[in-house]
Design a protein around this ligand. Structure first.
Ligand SMILES: [Zn+2]
Length: 178
């Protein structure tokens, strides 16, 4: 490997290039250069400097578009999330959660059974049947709450995957244009 010094035709910087290399990109102005080996000297010829600028502009626009898409994705997810929020009995709102849906359902079932046993044991007429309604509501709540929680989780993981993809695309574009 033999190193030669050549002058960049784009910005005038002095570059060290391997004799065997035919094309080189300037470290300073990023111009693409052809290394021309004459009998007496080695010099560079400018290639596509304008293309380079156009390319970097196109990349800037691409980054901007990706960033807009990221913002839109975040906004959309936030509105989906808000729409799926579950209101608790105490008025608090939280994300759909399988554990709390199951727990709430079990509590209702236990309450319904207790009601039936209690009202039945003191001979409360038709009232024990009301416990069945409570049990039914508990089972229904448990199933629908779990379904909603799993739907929420799959939407969230899809959002996060897309978000990660966009971020890495943005980073890649920024790295290239530097
Ligand atoms: Zn240069």
């Amino acid at each position: 490997m033999q190193i030669t010094k050549v002058c960049c035709q784009g910005c005038g910087a002095s570059l060290e290039v391997d004799e065997a290399i035919r094309f080189v990109t300037c470290n300073y102005c990023h111009a693409r250069l052809e290394v021309v080996h004459d009998t007496s000297t080695t010099h560079t010829k400018l290639l596509e400097q304008l293309d380079q600028r156009t390319e970097s502009l196109a990349r800037d626009i691409k980054v901007l578009k990706l960033e807009n898409e990221l913002e839109r994705l975040d906004r959309e997810w936030e509105s989906t999330r808000q729409a799926m929020m579950v209101r608790g009995k105490d008025g608090s709102v939280s994300e759909p959660n399988a554990t709390s849906a199951t727990f709430g359902g079990i509590m209702a079932i236990v309450g319904g059974v207790a009601w039936m046993i209690f009202t039945g044991s003191i001979g409360f007429g038709p009232f024990p049947l009301f416990g069945l309604v409570v049990i039914g509501v508990g089972i229904f709540g448990m199933i629908s709450g779990n379904r909603k929680a799993s739907e929420f989780e799959s939407l969230r993981s899809r959002y996060q995957a897309r978000r990660g993809q966009l971020i890495s695309e943005i980073q890649r574009e920024k790295l290239v244009s530097r």
